[in-house]
Design a binder for this molecule. Structure first.
Ligand code: NAD
Ligand code: UDP
Length: 356
């Protein structure tokens, strides 16, 4: 049985990864998180040990270190990763994405343990296209994101939006630093808007605050409130089904020769949509899933980013991954299209939270 450590195992990605890895019967997992609600069904599984703790550099690594030396891999998922918190709690965001977490890199380097870290496509920040005077995205060299070539472009420091992306970027750079100075084996994963059941929470029902866009739009549909389009809903996202993303993680774990010491974009190029397009598609699918035609005219309203998130919001304009590395080294590409991804995900939300 291969031993794995997963930090942040109780979140959206962690819960799907745990489902998949436990089903394979090949792994024993030591999992850390603050909450295990999303993986409660595995509580009795002898191949999963829960450590209910807040991870920070000073204390918890003493507890994690004994497990690191003989782990096949250490998978780090723990993070604050909702834009509303980047703007309202930038100190907490930087702590969570770098200060609380960097000691993990030191420990993995010390023990030469393979660190698989989920970074984010947000490290690319804004596209070059958004800074040059063209009126369209006509040159892929100015917007397509390539892991080892594309520059990382953040806005000014006063805009807290970038607290997350810069902390993630420094984390990546610290991994590269330990790799070149101390031979740390690593894989960096840059997820592109992975969507699926169990993503985030519905405010007022099983969480508080502002979740990511999928749960924001679902809350509006469930509660009969307007879906809100931030700054006109012109921003693009590339939406990827969680099961496809988990396929990629599994391929990385199973093929260390090809996945070690690499950065991978994991995104579904065909799943690109503007937020306005997403809102319209979700209305249509809500009607299809529930059989209620009234969803087709569900209200959609505009709101500014500063009003929705608070001062200091700025947006990533577009995220188009070059996935040729994932294709050639992992044999991976997304299989599930945008409509199907949303249909499966929204059906789960309606079943979980729907009320007549
Ligand atoms: P999530 O918020 O659902 O899960 C994160 C988990 O980490 C939560 O269960 C949380 O309790 C835990 N956690 C956070 N800080 C902790 C701490 N200090 N100690 C213990 N537990 C802690 O997020 P997710 O969508 O599952 O994302 C997982 C990783 O993937 C994150 O690193 C995120 O930045 C990255 N990512 C995800 C996406 C996506 O589309 N889901 C996109 C980009 C990046
Ligand atoms: N957004 C929106 N309405 C909402 C929530 C988010 O228009 O109710 C927009 C947000 O401004 C961004 C996109 O949706 O352009 C994706 O936001 P998300 O919170 O999912 O995180 P991100 O992809 O920026 O990391």
């Amino acid at each position: 049985m291969k031993k794995l450590i997963i930090l942040g195992c109780g979140g959206f990605v962690g819960s799907h990864l745990i489902d998949r890895l436990l089903a394979s019967g090949e792994y024993h997992i030591e999992g850390w998180d603050i909450s295990f609600d999303k993986i409660a069904q595995h509580r009795e599984n002898p191949n999963l040990s829960f450590h209910q703790r807040y991870i920070n550099a000073d204390t918890t690594f003493e507890e994690i270190e004994p497990y690191i030396a003989d782990a096949e891999a250490v998978i780090s998922l723990a993070a604050i990763c909702t834009p509303a918190q980047y703007v309202s709690s930038p100190v907490k965001t930087i702590h969570s994405n770098f200060i609380d977490a960097y000691a993990l890199i030191d420990l993995c380097a010390k023990h030469k343990s393979w660190l698989m870290h989920t970074s984010t496509c947000e490290v690319y920040g804004r596209t070059l296209s958004s800074y040059v005077p063209t009126d369209d995205y006509d040159d892929p060299d100015l917007y397509e994101q390539r892991e080892d070539e594309t520059p990382l472009i953040m806005g000014p420091s006063k805009n807290h939006r970038w607290s997350y992306a810069t902390a993630k970027q420094l984390f990546e750079r610290y991994i590269f630093a330990h790799n070149s100075e101390n031979g740390l084996p690593f894989t960096i994963i840059r997820p592109y808007n992975w969507f699926g059941p169990r993503m985030d929470f519905i405010p007022g029902r099983d969480g508080e605050g502002v979740p990511r866009v999928l749960a924001c739009f679902m809350t509006a549909l469930l509660d009969g409130k307007p879906m809100q389009l931030v700054d006109g809903g012109d921003a693009y996202r590339t939406i990827t089904y969680i099961d496809d993303a988990i396929d990629a993680l599994q391929k990385m774990l199973e093929g260390p020769k090809n996945s070690r010491d690499q950065v991978f974009n994991i995104g579904n190029r065909g799943g690109e949509v503007t937020m306005k397009g997403l809102a319209h598609l979700m209305r249509e699918l809500a009607a299809e899933i529930t059989g209620k035609e009234s969803f087709l005219s569900h209200p959609i309203e505009d709101i500014t980013g500063n009003k929705f998130y608070g001062e200091g919001y700025e947006d990533c304009d577009r995220r188009v991954p070059d996935i040729s590395k994932a294709e050639s080294l992992l044999g991976w590409r997304a299989k599930t299209n945008l409509r199907e991804t949303l249909r499966i995900t929204m059906a789960d939300y309606f079943e979980r939270y729907g009320r007549d």
